[in-house]
Structures are given as structure tokens and as C-alpha cells.
Design a protein around this ligand. Structure first.
Ligand SMILES: [Zn+2]
Length: 355
């Protein structure tokens, strides 16, 4: 018997309390766009249609956390990058804006309420908050973390070459200070629009070394987490790929929750994060949720819950964005597992999962 709303359930996890059952968070902006059958380029540029897509998915599945965004280019576009919006996949950067590190000082932070597409995303947040009537956790994602946004503005090769050059390091740090401020300004605007939480995407070990993470990414992740805490917004740091070696560093960002996928070893993850930070994700979006049979999805979901869910601090969902063609039945299977096997006993164990 469920005794909490989705919002209460999710807040319990973030407050290190045991909820009634494991909450489910869906990283599904592409799948949601596909569910309403509209051209992705149109969906990703309209607050109304983005909200309609998310509400369509939420009415179908009844998940607890709505994670909304239009991809990883929103802040880059608001700063002047040219963005390509394909009709059936996520937008990407067509033209960077920063041609030389000498020009970092010329960048200025736009007003998110007046600047496309941030204004549309904030509109979507307001609609989602209103339509779900305070019962669901709305995450308005700030998406690109400090390094990822710098890569979008300056180009990945330019950035990585400059980051390795000691003489250019001060300019790189100046750029990262700017991108980090952009994250904070947009995250604060998401909070004002009613979002309960916001998230930034960290560039993990797939691109940079743990030492580079500490020097370049971590200061911005910390600033974001503490700025969100100051305005009563829950902070999430997303890092997909194998981040097992990075867990203690990610925890030290001070985020309320880490978004991880199963390439990070779940057992090590549970041991390392327990009592320190909540974890969102750990289900395999591509190999299992997109392609698996219902039985495979159920087994995978139960396996992950068995490791991650005891004593709370866990919300279940895909560890990264679901592919557009993910079958609805996959998500129904995950929801069913959460509603039945994911129910907590008073001691924080999951009786149905172990019987
Ligand atoms: Zn990811």
C-alpha cells in the first residue's frame, strides 16, 4: 500500500529517510518526444510541446520524477552557439561561439527568462509544476556542467589542448568560472519557475582523467551544488560511463544525488555512497531497456534494486537518456517492479524482493 506522493517519496530519498517504496525517475526526453509523434525539432524548441510530451509519458507510466530538458545544447545556444535540431534525434552544436581564449572576457550571462531556448524550458517547468499539482518531483535540468559547456563553446579539441598547456591554464579557468556561473544562473531560474531539483552533466573519465576532474570540473560542480542548496533546490550531478574510480570525487561535489549508469560497479557504488549521497539510475538504457525482453528487464531491475535499494538513498531509472524507440512495455515493467518488489519494510529492507 503506497502512503506517499511521488514528491514525498523522492524527497524522503534525498533526505536520507526510507520512503514507502523505491521511486522511479525517467530520463526520457527523447522517448517522450517520440510518444507524441511530433517532429523532434519542433518539440525541443517549444516549452508547451516539451511539457505535453513529458505529461503524456507521466500519465502513461506514473513515475515519480519528471526529468525535463531539450538535450545538451540549451545553455550553449543561449550564449550564441549555432545549434542543429534534427527531426528524429537530440540537438547538437553546429558552430562554436568562442574562437579564441582571448575572447572569454567578452562572454556575458544572458537572462534565462528572456533568452531562447532557456525561456521555453522554464515555460515547460511552470506547466509541469502546475499540471502535476505539487505531487511529482520536477527536475528542470541545467544540463551542461562547467566543462561540457566549455567544450560546446570552444570546441572539444581546442579545449583539451589548451587545458594541457600550463601557460593557457589561467584562461581555461576563467572560461570554467564563466560556464559555472551560467549553470548557477540557469539553475536558480529553474528553481524560481518551480523546479524541485536541477542537474548538470559532468564530463567523466570517458573524456578526462580523475586529476583533471578534480582540477577543472569539481570546483564548478561544488559551486552549483551549494548555490542550489542556498535557494532550496536539490542538486544532481550526472556522469554516465564507468565512474567507479571517481565516486569519492563525485561525492565531494556536495550534490544531493549522483546520476549513474551500471558501467559504474553497482556494489562498489552502494558501499561508497551509503550515508553520503543518493543515487539515481543504474538501469542500462540501451542494452536492456531499449532492447531487452520483459523478463530480461525485470531481472535486471530486480538485480539493481537488490544491490542499490536497501535502506533507501536510491531512485531507480535509466542511467542516461532513454533512446526514442524504447518500448513503453519496458517502462511499465520497471514501474511494476518498483511498485511490488520495491516496497520497504520498517527496517529499510525490501521484504518482497527477498522472498
Ligand atoms: Zn549520460
Amino acid at each position: 500500500m503506497e502512503s506517499m506522493t511521488s514528491l514525498e517519496r523522492t524527497m524522503a530519498v534525498l533526505d536520507h529517510k526510507v520512503p514507502d517504496r523505491v521511486p522511479v525517475a525517467l530520463h526520457n526526453f527523447l522517448m517522450a518526444a517520440r510518444m507524441i509523434g511530433a517532429d523532434f525539432g519542433e518539440v525541443m524548441r517549444s516549452g508547451e510541446i516539451l511539457a505535453e510530451a513529458q505529461l503524456t509519458a507521466w500519465r502513461e507510466f506514473g513515475h515519480d520524477v519528471i526529468m525535463h530538458e531539450n538535450g545538451v545544447c540549451a545553455e550553449a545556444e543561449s550564449l550564441g552557439c549555432e545549434i542543429h535540431y534534427p527531426s528524429d534525434s537530440a540537438p547538437h552544436v553546429k558552430e562554436t561561439i568562442l574562437k579564441s581564449l582571448d575572447d572569454v572576457g567578452k562572454l556575458s550571462i544572458p537572462d534565462p527568462e528572456k533568452t531562447f531556448p532557456l525561456n521555453e524550458l522554464l515555460k515547460a517547468t511552470r506547466i509541469l509544476v502546475k499540471e502535476t499539482r505539487g505531487k511529482v518531483f520536477i527536475m528542470g535540468r541545467a544540463d551542461q556542467g562547467p566543462v561540457a559547456l566549455a567544450l560546446a563553446l570552444f570546441g572539444p579539441e581546442n579545449f583539451l589542448l589548451a587545458a594541457g598547456d600550463e601557460t593557457l591554464r589561467p584562461r581555461i579557468l576563467q572560461l570554467l568560472d564563466f560556464t559555472s556561473r551560467m549553470n548557477v544562473v540557469y539553475g536558480e531560474a529553474q528553481r524560481r519557475a518551480g523546479a524541485h531539483g536541477s542537474s548538470i552533466g559532468s564530463v567523466g573519465t570517458s573524456l578526462i582523467s580523475p586529476q583533471m576532474y578534480t582540477e577543472l570540473e569539481l570546483p564548478g560542480d561544488r559551486k552549483f551544488s551549494s548555490a542550489m542548496r542556498a535557494v532550496g533546490c536539490r542538486s544532481f550531478v550526472h556522469s554516465c560511463g564507468n565512474e567507479t574510480r571517481m565516486l569519492t570525487r563525485l561525492i565531494s561535489s556536495g550534490a544531493d544525488c549522483l546520476e549513474l549508469d551500471p558501467l559504474t560497479d553497482p556494489k562498489t557504488c552502494k558501499q561508497t555512497t551509503q550515508g553520503k549521497v543518493s543515487v539515481l539510475g543504474m538501469l542500462d538504457p540501451h542494452g536492456v531497456l531499449r532492447r531487452g525482453t520483459v523478463d530480461e528487464i525485470r531481472n535486471h531491475t530486480l538485480d539493481i534494486m537488490r544491490i542499490m535499494a536497501p535502506h533507501g538513498e536510491f531512485m531507480m531509472g535509466p542511467g542516461c537518456s532513454l533512446p526514442p524507440e524504447t518500448p513503453a512495455q519496458s517502462i511499465h515493467a520497471v514501474m511494476e517492479c518498483a511498485r511490488t518488489a520495491g516496497a520497504y519494510g520498517a527496517d529499510g529492507s525490501l521484504p518482497a524482493l527477498n522472498s
